[in-house]
Design a binder for this molecule. Structure first.
Ligand code: ADP
Ligand code: MG
Length: 345
């Protein structure tokens, strides 16, 4: 699956075992730590992320900040460095699947499952934002649903590690490397404006919309179309897609996806509380009607599509794959996922 030859050892300390996944920023490998034989996950990033001295400094700064973030809901970063010209991050090895894979299988989640994921994601964001760390690339592939004993726990991946990808410069990236999803980019990010923590709150709004409806609020065939819609389209009604959603949900999304950051929820805590209130009243209403709540914790009530291996519909995809057309220009098409997360036993 991996076409790029990587040395078997990273920094002489981590022996790569097998590829876990591949994304816009590089590849993630299961590896064994030489010192104690511990299994870890090593993320190899694209050399461009440490090409210049300022880029190296920034990488080191962000990796150090990520190492200091200690939360049940943030993947633990154990080490980082630059091997040759390849920056790498060492993390605890997670088993389970990311939300992208979950949504692919189940299309949409129950309100209860979405509420659990949202609450845990808000806890992670609140902590990180308090420490001055903005994620900048919150999307389903970075929300890992980790199996911890008999529970499923949200672990946010890639805090602060996103590097700004200019869609116009995508052709300069290594061939075959998937671009990060534009669907979760905030309007200010799409416009290349300065970012603060509220960019993550926008992305979380898109993520919640996707979990509840199975659809993305701002879709399109090309990156440009998606970004244009993010910056200009009105917020579509979630209840128009799934009429059973609670009445307050559209007002919630109007606020979460307000184009002006000042009109959004101002903190992860505030967003989480507002969401819990909207879906909480739904839980009470259901109880009053004596409809039993869903049994699964982060599980699913919507049946998966009949053929799980089917290539997902264009709109069900998170990444754009730069494709070169016959004139040698770079075009974009919606591409199926190029990475799968494999649990290591
Ligand atoms: N610590 C980890 N343990 C297990 N799997 C991981 C870990 N970190 C990342 N992965 C898997 O590798 C995939 C690719 O990661 P990444 O390169 O960050 O992709 P993306 O840029 O799309 O977020 C993730 O979606 C996830 O499934
Ligand atoms: Mg990631």
């Amino acid at each position: 699956m991996d076409h790029i030859a990587h040395p078997r050892w990273i920094a002489g300390r981590y022996g790569l075992a097998h590829l876990l996944g591949r994304g816009g920023m590089g590849s993630v490998w299961a590896a064994r730590r030489r010192d104690d034989g511990q299994l870890v996950a090593v993320k190899l990033m694209t050399p461009a992320q440490a090409a210049s001295l300022p880029a190296r400094r920034r990488f080191a700064r962000e990796a150090q900040a990520a190492m200091r973030l200690r939360s049940l809901h943030v993947v633990a970063v154990l080490d980082y460095g630059i091997d040759g010209d390849v920056p790498f991050i060492v993390m605890e090895l997670l088993t389970g699947e990311d939300l992208r894979a979950r949504l692919r299988r189940k299309r949409r989640l129950t309100i209860a499952a979405a509420a659990q994921i949202t609450a845990q994601t808000c806890a992670a964001l609140e902590l990180a934002h308090g420490a001055g760390i903005v994620h900048r690339d919150l999307k389903p592939a970075n929300v890992f649903l980790a199996r911890v004993g008999d529970r499923e726990v949200v672990k946010i991946l890639d805090f602060g590690l996103a590097f700004d990808v200019d869609p116009d410069e995508a052709s300069e990236h290594a061939e075959g490397v998937l671009l990060g999803s534009p669907h979760y980019m905030s309007p200010e990010q799409a416009r290349g404006r300065p970012l603060d923590h509220r960019t993550d709150l926008w992305s979380l709004g898109v993520l919640i919309y996707r979990m509840l409806t199975g659809a993305k609020p701002f879709g399109g065939i090309t990156v440009t179309e998606v970004l244009l819609r993010i910056c200009t389209d009105p917020v579509p009604s979630a209840r128009a897609v799934v009429p059973e959603l609670p009445p307050g949900i559209d007002a919630f999304f109007e606020r979460a996806l307000a184009r002006d950051p000042g009109a959004r929820f101002q903190s992860a805590h505030e967003l989480g509380a507002a969401f819990a209130e909207v879906v909480g009243s739904e839980a009470e209403r259901r109880e009053a009607l004596t409809i039993p709540p869903p049994m699964e914790v982060l599980g699913e009530s919507v049946p998966p599509p009949p053929d799980d291996d089917q290539v997902p519909e264009a709109d069900d995809t998170d990444s754009f794959d730069p494709q070169h057309d016959c004139q040698g220009r770079t075009a974009y098409r919606l591409a199926p996922s190029a990475h799968h997360s494999k649990g290591l036993l």
